[in-house]
Design a binder for this molecule. Structure first.
Ligand code: BGC
Length: 787
């Protein structure tokens, strides 16, 4: 190490990424390059697509539904192992933005509508990661609850709401787990870009909370040099280009930015490097790690997914006996959506469908396809194509420059790829892409994804395609590319070639899947199959078209004719169980017509195994909802996610989710936050106040009167006396109780949920009513809290 101090240019150089996901090293400081990876439901690695195989975890809402810090910590430590395998220093997660409006496209990545639950789970996840020397990055600071116009929207939130709700998860993650980094969001907060937000970053995060970690920008979010550096942003991502570099050097020289500000950013960067082992001799990476698709991960990921699943209703049909004759119905049974779309997506070793999972454990399963669930073409699933001539799985991708020169000729094991990456070293920008593969014979749906003009050739026919950009978002066409498809009948395996002259940065890919039945055929066949079985299990759900970064939803209705399918099956079947394969609330107009509903989230790579275990009860689905399910579109206290003149006003204030429903600012929901039946049955006994302050401690006795062992989540809510104070969750605990036995538990309220923000700072809330509940629709005990 050379002791000569770095000059300003050298310091500033370190404060912008080196590539999309790596940082620069600096020998003179003994600093090694660091590598970052998304997060939060797997460690994807340094490539958006085509990277190494890595574990696909259950999505955040499903994991959160366990209401278990042990679960969150285990996830963090398993992610650390996945990071070790890929030599990643920092995982870009957890996402702690709240479920404000259920329309938010990215809620699947975030935990809950409740800040306390979110904060505690995030802190546990962070501790799990960081206990193994892998950094966490808590994102996105702050008020980033929707995707529409996400790069410039101004989230308008009053300070009380910001403090009590949206900042609280960050506060808990920083205070309880000392998260090593935080990501500044794309949006503005009250007129100031989040990447320049001095009052929040310098004032609250680094000031009031005394936090010594590093703030990085969300990708391409930084707009300025001086204001961002002065506002507390430490690191611009990605690189190598960006708004700092010479502009920040100039800002220091002109006196706009004090050099001590740059030094502080660098100090924080070096602290992060130290913590993750990227200084001195560098990090020794573990090699004794379980294979992403092996038995160890199968057990872990099945258990984590199944135990978070939530029984919404059950007249006793669940759990199913293995010898039950089952008609298993629905497209998501066959093509289970195991993950959401966007930067959280990973290349999984496998994604076990619900059909494959159930067939393994139930003797008599009759499988029926359902109605269409996607409106858009999507990239072929693995196994749907092979590379011409070599026969290996995947497609051949040739990229050409505008000069006509062949820039790259490679094989992509996935049916999607990218034509441009800032750190891809190609002789010139990619102007044209030719993708080719052999697809199976029979009735096939084939096509292409991307933005541009060109042709698709298959079976002697050439189709002209014209694909226009559909999004203003910098990553929109990349994360959700436009596509074209057609149905053909092929005599046998046939070559499919898409030749596209690119007109923008987009995801690229080939479409290839068997042509599905029509919806009418599917509904009629499903009802027929349901009639002949003891139990019909219908799987409905959302896909990555709704559960995605960069786009919001406009309705909570299930896509396509899925409601009709359920109604037809319920009318025909003796018993009907619905499995909902979605991460976020959906409308269930048929909910009183069916015998049981299991909410299964986006269950990750072992999804089918987990759903099977939950349906049979070999693993109890002990989930409790992390977000209120409204009964109809518009039926939430916060609904609209489309900004008006660039502003999204959080006008419901602190009355988000169940807080607003309970205050009658929205109609009664279909299912409350905290609801979930499991397979136990609980009688609550005495509830007593052990101590009133600094936050209430409540003791509860309860008995599991069911014939099987079960786990209960005992929730404690405070309704303060003041009119303007909404009811809120202040604590919870979980307990495993054998069949027929009782337990006594103590719930410690968290003082950070028992306070309100006023003009003169925090004021504790010391009087009101305490409720012990299984969600606010099922109160089990009540107490007075007095000063
Ligand atoms: C997302 C971040 C993510 C980053 C890097 C952004 O579009 O908002 O959450 O970590 O990309 O992929």
């Amino acid at each position: 190490m050379d002791d000569a101090p770095l000059d300003l240019e050298a310091k500033v150089r370190l404060l912008t990424g080196a590539t999309m996901f790596t940082l620069r090293g600096e020998e003179r400081l003994g600093l090694h390059p660091m590598a970052f990876s998304d997060g939060p439901t797997g460690v994807r690695g340094l490539d958006f697509t085509g990277g190494p195989i890595t574990c696909l975890f259950p999505n955040a809402t499903l994991l959160a539904s366990s209401w278990s810090m042990e679960t969150a910590a285990e996830v963090g430590s398993l992610l650390a192992e996945e990071a070790e395998r890929q030599h990643i220093h920092v995982v870009l997660g957890p996402t702690v933005n709240l479920h404000r409006s259920p329309l938010g496209g990215r809620l699947f990545e975030a935990y809950s509508e409740d800040p306390l639950l979110t904060g505690h789970l995030a802190a546990a996840y962070v501790s799990g990661l960081q206990s193994q020397g892998i950094g966490a990055c808590v994102k996105h600071l702050v008020a980033n609850e929707a995707e529409t116009e996400r790069h410039g929207v101004d989230s308008v939130v009053d300070e009380r709401t910001l403090r009590e709700l949206y900042l609280l998860p960050f506060e808990i993650a920083v205070e309880d787990a000392d998260a090593w980094s935080v990501m500044a969001a794309y949006n503005d907060v009250n007129g100031i870009p989040a990447t320049e937000h001095g009052p929040i970053v310098n004032g609250i995060l680094k000031g009031e909370w005394g936090w010594r970690g590093l703030v990085m920008s969300d990708w391409f979010a930084t707009r300025t040099a001086g204001p961002a550096a002065n506002g507390g942003l430490d690191l611009v991502m990605p690189g190598p280009d960006g708004p700092w570099g010479p502009a920040l050097v100039e800002a220091v020289r002109s006196g706009e930015v004090d050099e001590s500000v740059v030094d502080d950013h660098l100090e924080r960067l070096l602290r992060l490097a130290d913590r993750v082992g990227a200084t001195g001799d560098g990090r020794t990476w573990r090699t004794d790690l379980p294979a992403p698709g092996g038995d160890v991960r199968r057990e872990q990921l099945t258990r984590l997914a199944a135990s978070g699943m939530t029984v919404l209703t059950n007249d006793g049909v669940l759990p199913l006996a293995p010898e039950t004759s089952v008609a298993l119905i629905g497209r998501p049974a066959i093509e289970t959506t195991c993950m959401g779309g966007g930067s959280a997506a990973v290349r999984a070793p496998h994604q076990v469908s619900i059909a494959d999972g159930l067939v393994e454990v139930v003797d008599g399963v009759m499988l029926m396809d359902g109605v269409a669930v996607r409106a858009r073409p999507r990239a072929a699933l693995p196994g749907m194509f092979t590379v011409p001539k070599t026969g290996e799985p995947g497609m051949r991708v040739r990229m050409y420059g505008a000069s006509g020169a062949l820039l790259a000729d490679s094989v992509s094991a996935e049916a999607r790829t990218v034509g441009f990456m800032p750190d891809q070293e190609l002789a010139e920008p990619v102007a044209r892409v030719v993708m080719s593969a052999i697809v199976p014979g029979g009735a096939m749906r084939v096509g292409v994804l991307g933005v541009g003009d060109g042709t698709v050739r298959v079976d002697g026919t050439t189709y002209d395609v014209h694909l226009e950009s559909e999004s203003d978002d910098i990553g929109g066409d990349f994360l959700r590319p436009p596509g074209w498809q057609t149905d053909v009948v092929l005599d046998g395996p046939t070559k499919l070639v898409a030749d596209l002259t690119l007109a923008g940065w987009a995801g690229l890919g080939l479409v290839a899947e068997p042509t599905p039945p029509t919806d009418d055929e599917a509904i009629a066949a499903a009802a027929e199959a349901a009639r002949g079985a003891e139990v019909a299990v219908v799987v409905v759900g959302l896909t990555e078209e709704q559960e995605t970064e960069a786009f919001d939803k406009s309705t909570l209705a299930l896509p396509g004719r899925q409601d009709e399918l359920v109604a037809a099956v319920a009318a025909a079947a003796t018993r009907t169980v619905v499995v909902v394969n979605a991460a976020t609330p959906v409308l269930m107009p048929w909910r009183d017509e069916v015998d049981a509903i299991l909410w299964a989230g986006l269950p990750g790579q072992e999804g089918g195994h987990a759903v099977a275990a939950a349906l049979l009860g070999t693993i109890e689905p002990t989930g409790r909802l992390v977000t209120t399910f409204p009964a109809a579109d518009g039926g939430s206290p916060a609904w609209d996610v489309v900004p008006t003149d660039g502003r999204l006003v959080y006008e419901e204030g602190v009355h988000v989710g169940y807080r607003g429903h309970a205050a009658r600012r929205a109609p009664a929901p279909a299912y409350w936050f905290g609801h979930g039946l499991g397979y136990g049955e609980w009688e609550y006994g005495e509830v007593s106040l052990v101590a009133p302050s600094p936050a209430p401690i409540v003791q509860v006795s309860l008995v599991n009167v069911a014939a099987r062992d079960s786990r209960e989540v005992v929730q404690l809510y405070l309704q303060p006396d003041e009119d303007d104070q909404p009811i809120r969750l202040i604590g919870w605990t979980s307990v495993d109780v054998p069949a027929g036995q009782g337990a006594t538990v103590r719930i410690h309220g968290d003082p950070r949920a028992c306070r309100t923000w006023t003009d003169s700072g925090w004021r504790p809330l010391t009087s009101g009513r305490l409720y012990v509940a299984r969600g606010l629709g099922d109160l089990r005990g009540e107490l007075e809290l007095t000063r």
